[in-house]
Design a protein around this ligand. Structure first.
Ligand code: NA7
Length: 554
C-alpha cells in the first residue's frame, strides 16, 4: 500500500473519466465548483478506452450517441459512419476533453479504492491505489455500468499457456491473430461483434456458446454528408425528442396481437432490412406479451436458419431460452454469415460443456454420453467476451462507507437500493450516474448521463443557494422507489431471461432486475417532480448528519 498523502480538497470528486465523468466535470466547473476526476486508465473514454477489440462499435447511431450540451461541438464534429466504431468514438471523447480543456482536472492512472463519509467534517474522503487522497463535499460515481470485466471461472484456465484476452480490457497495441487458432467464449454483444472480425484473420476460430442470442443486422455504412447536414440542421428538435424517448426509433402504436400474421411478417421484414435496434420496436406489446414476442422471435429464428447453411449449427444458434429483447439485443455485421466460413466452428456448451482448460486448449465433454473420451481443441489464444459485473460492479468495487461507517456492500447485500437511481440512503452527498434503479443501460447512455448530470448539478446549486450542507435519501422514499422499479419490471417480459440486467451472469449476485424500465421521459418527470417539491423524499440538512440522526429518522 503506498503512503497516503495529505488529502487535497475539492467541492466535487468524480470517479471515472468516461462520457459521464467528463460531462459532470464540465458542468461542475460551470457552477463555479472546484472539481477533480480520478480515473483508473491512462486516458479519457471509459468503456470506449478499454473496449478496443476488433469490431467494437456502438449500436446507437453516431448522430444520437453524442453530447447535446454544446451546439458548437454538435455542429463541428463530423461522424464518418452511421454506427461509429470504437476508435472514432474514442477520438470524439478525446476531442471533447481537449476542446473543453478538461484534462487539467483529471488524475489518470489512479484507481479509487475507498470512499468514506466523515461525520466530523461532513466530507467524503477518498483513497486511491497510488497513495493520492482527496476529500470533497460531493462525491459523484461516474464509474460506468459495464466497466468491471468478468473472466469465466473455467477449471484449469490458469494452466493455459496461450494468450487470454477479455474484450473489455483489450491491449492498446492490438492483437494479430494471423495464422492462429483462436477460441472465443461468449456470444453477447461483444462476442457477436468480435467473432466476424477475428474469423477474417485467424487460421481457425472456435466459438464457445453457452446461450444463443438474438442479433439484428446493422447494415452499417458511411454517413452521407447530406444526411448528416439535414440531421444537424434539426438537432434541437431531435435532442428534445431524445430527452423524452431515449434513442429515436420508429416506435409503433400498434400491438402485434392486433394485426394479422401477414402484417406482422411484413413489418418485421421491412425493419430487418433497415436494421438495428429499431427492429424490436415493430409493435408496442412485444416486451409485455409473450405470444406477440414469439412472433418476432420466430421471425429471427427463420432468418438464422436461412442464413446459416449447416442446419445443426443454425439450430444451435437459434435462441429459445428467453424472449427477444429481454437480454440486450445485439446488432451485428455478418455475424450469422460467419458460421458459413470453413475456418469457423461452433461449440454448443449446452450439449458439450467445457470440462477443462488445458495448457494448450480446451477440453469439451463428448456429446455422446456413451463415448468415454472428451474432445481436446487446441488453441493459441482464448478471447473471453464474457461480460461484466453490470450496474453495481464498479460502485461496489470501491469500499464505500456512509453514515455510522455503514458499508454499501453490506447495505446492498440483497440487491441495490437507491432512490431515483441517483442516491442511496445513509450516504449523503454521494451521487451515482446511470446506476441501478435508473433507466441506465436500457436507454441511449449519453441521454441518460446528461439527464443525471443536469439533475445532480441542479441539486447542488439548490443546496448551495439554500445554505444546506447535505442531501440524503430517506429510507421510506428509497423503499417506495425500489418497489416501484420492481413493479415496473414485473409487468414486462424482462425478468424471464437470465440476463446481466438481473445479475444472473455473476454467481452469487442477488437476482434483482436493476434498471428501471420506464421511458426516460417518464423517469425525467418523476425526478423533476421530486426536485420541484423541494427534494421530496430527501433529507436536506444545514448541519452534518450523524448516525444518531439516521436512527431517529429512518
Ligand atoms: P454479455 O452480454 O454479458 O455477454 C457475455 C457472454 O458470455 C454471454 O453469451 C454469456 O453467456 C457468455 N458467458 C459468460 N460467462 C461464461 C462462461 N463461464 N462460459 C461460457 N460462456 C459464458 O457481455 P457483452 O460484453 O457481450 O455485452 C455487454 C454490453 O456491453 C452489451 O449489452 C452492450 O450494451 C455493451 P450467457 O448468456 O450468460 O449464458
Amino acid at each position: 500500500m503506498p503512503d497516503m498523502q495529505m488529502p487535497e480538497h475539492f467541492d466535487v470528486v468524480i470517479v471515472g473519466a468516461g462520457f459521464a465523468g467528463l460531462h459532470m466535470l464540465h458542468q461542475a466547473r460551470g457552477l463555479g465548483l472546484s472539481a477533480r476526476v480520478l480515473e483508473a486508465a491512462a486516458d479519457v473514454g471509459g468503456v470506449w478506452n478499454w473496449n478496443r477489440y476488433p469490431g467494437a462499435r456502438c449500436d446507437v447511431e453516431s448522430l444520437q450517441y453524442s453530447y447535446s450540451f454544446s451546439s458548437e461541438l454538435e455542429q463541428e464534429w463530423m461522424w464518418t459512419e452511421k454506427y461509429a466504431a470504437q476508435p472514432e468514438i474514442l477520438r470524439y471523447i478525446q476531442h471533447v476533453a481537449d476542446r473543453f480543456d478538461l484534462r487539467r482536472d483529471i488524475t489518470f492512472n489512479t484507481r479509487v479504492q475507498a470512499a468514506m463519509f466523515d461525520e466530523r467534517t461532513g466530507l467524503w474522503d477518498l483513497r486511491t491505489d497510488t497513495g493520492l487522497a482527496a476529500s470533497a463535499q460531493y462525491c459523484v460515481m461516474a464509474s460506468g455500468a459495464l466497466s468491471i470485466a468478468r473472466l469465466p471461472d473455467l477449471p484449469g484456465i490458469e494452466a493455459f499457456t496461450g494468450k487470454i484476452y477479455h474484450t473489455g480490457a483489450w491491449p492498446h497495441e492490438g492483437v494479430d491473430f494471423t495464422g492462429k487458432r483462436v477460441g472465443v467464449i461468449g456470444t453477447g454483444s461483444s462476442g457477436i461483434q468480435v467473432i466476424p472480425a477475428i474469423a477474417k484473420q485467424a487460421r481457425e476460430l472456435v466459438v464457445f456458446q453457452r446461450s444463443a442470442n438474438f442479433s439484428i443486422p446493422a447494415w452499417n455504412g458511411p454517413l452521407a454528408p447530406d444526411v448528416q447536414q439535414d440531421w444537424k440542421a434539426e438537432y434541437r428538435k431531435h435532442r428534445a425528442r431524445a430527452r423524452e424517448l431515449g434513442t429515436l426509433y420508429e416506435f409503433s402504436d400498434k400491438s402485434a396481437a392486433q394485426v394479422s400474421a401477414q402484417v406482422q411478417a411484413n413489418e418485421y421484414e421491412s425493419r430487418w432490412r433497415k436494421g438495428g435496434v429499431n427492429f424490436v420496436h415493430a409493435f408496442n406489446d412485444l416486451m409485455v406479451n409473450q405470444a406477440s414476442n414469439d412472433t418476432i422471435a420466430d421471425f429471427v429464428r427463420g432468418k438464422i436458419r436461412a442464413i446459416v447453411k449447416n442446419p445443426e449449427t443454425a439450430q444451435a444458434l437459434c435462441p429459445t431460452d428467453h424472449p427477444l429483447g429481454t437480454k440486450r439485443i445485439c446488432v451485428d455485421t455478418g455475424y450469422f454469415e460467419t458460421y458459413n466460413r470453413p475456418n469457423v466452428t461452433l461449440v454448443d456448451l449446452k450439449r458439450t460443456p467445457i470440462s477443462l482448460v488445458t495448457s494448450n486448449g480446451v477440453r469439451i465433454a463428448n456429446a455422446n454420453a456413451n463415448a468415454d473420451t472428451d474432445t481436446d481443441i487446441e488453441l493459441d489464444a482464448l478471447v473471453c467476451a464474457t461480460g461484466y459485473d453490470a450496474l453495481t460492479g464498479a460502485v461496489l468495487n470501491i469500499d464505500i462507507k456512509g453514515i455510522g461507517g455503514q458499508s454499501l456492500k453490506q447495505k446492498w447485500a440483497d440487491g441495490p437500493r437507491t432512490y431515483l437511481g441517483l442516491m442511496t440512503s445513509g450516504f449523503p452527498n454521494l451521487f451515482i450516474i446511470t446506476g441501478a434503479g435508473s433507466p441506465s443501460v436500457l436507454v441511449n447512455m449519453v441521454v441518460g448521463i446528461e439527464h443525471h448530470v443536469e439533475w445532480i448539478c441542479n441539486c447542488i446549486s439548490y443546496l448551495r443557494q439554500q445554505g444546506l450542507a447535505t442531501i440524503d435519501a430517506t429510507k421510506p422514499a428509497e423503499d417506495r422507489w425500489v418497489e416501484h422499479v420492481n413493479q415496473a419490471a414485473s409487468k414486462t417480459l424482462f425478468p424471464k431471461a437470465n440476463s446481466w440486467f438481473l445479475g444472473a451472469n455473476i454467481p452469487g449476485k442477488p437476482r434483482v432486475f436493476m434498471p428501471y424500465v420506464a421511458k426516460i421521459g417518464v423517469y425525467r418527470q418523476e425526478c423533476q417532480q421530486v426536485a420541484d417539491r423541494g427534494y421530496e423524499g430527501f433529507m436536506l440538512e444545514r448541519g452534518i448528519p450523524t448516525s444518531q440522526r439516521l436512527k431517529e429518522t429512518s
